[in-house]
Design a protein. Structure first.
Length: 185
């Protein structure tokens, strides 16, 4: 069924598990001190599988918040305009060390926006973690604090990343066939 959609599997399930374990080790080391108050901020919808798997491997106390932002809409290209669709509020921003969890960094616009947004609200600290990174697509200067894997400039889907709002449930990340996007995009 997916043969006409998938060009290749880019990040297999086993590699995702290895990436998540490595990132969890790095985050555990950085947030293990008692003065840290870790609040995970999951970027909906795409980062949910990654957030869930990452949280299972973190051994530090944490809280969870979610935001929903978009710069894509139903397109395969970023519009560059960030739209905040779901935000959260809390009285203790100045006591929180936020870790924004994203599925993929492409243009850098979304995470740049979220870091500034949380900082403006008074966050004690803000860091970012991404499963996948496409630095070749940057529109703004941005480097995630924790990066799972740098990938080439190909349109990917699976493991939370959607293809026209479908296939987020795949246990791996695949590259879509360019002709499929042309026919259905």
């Amino acid at each position: 069924m997916l043969d006409n959609i998938i060009e290749k599997v880019l990040v297999p399930e086993e590699e995702i598990a290895e990436i998540v374990a490595r990132l969890a080790d790095e985050i555990n080391a950085d947030y293990s001190s008692e003065d840290k108050n870790l609040v995970i901020v999951s970027v909906l919808k795409g980062a949910m599988p990654f957030t869930t798997d990452l949280m299972k491997q973190l051994n530090v106390p944490l809280e969870l918040e979610c935001v929903r932002v978009s710069s894509y809409g139903n397109s395969t290209e970023s519009s560059g305009k960030i739209c905040m669709k779901l935000d959260f509020d809390r009285p203790d921003f100045d006591k929180c060390d936020f870790l924004v969890v994203e599925d993929i960094v492409d243009s850098g616009n979304t995470l740049t926006f979220l870091v500034a947004h949380l900082t403006q609200k008074g966050a004690r600290s803000v860091k970012t973690v991404t499963l996948l990174d496409k630095p070749s697509r940057r529109k703004v200067e941005f480097d995630p604090d924790y990066c799972g894997k740098i990938i080439p400039d190909e349109f990917v889907f699976g493991y939370g990343l959607d293809l026209f709002e479908k296939y987020r449930d795949l246990p791996y990340v695949a590259v879509v066939r360019p002709e499929y996007v042309k026919e259905h995009g």
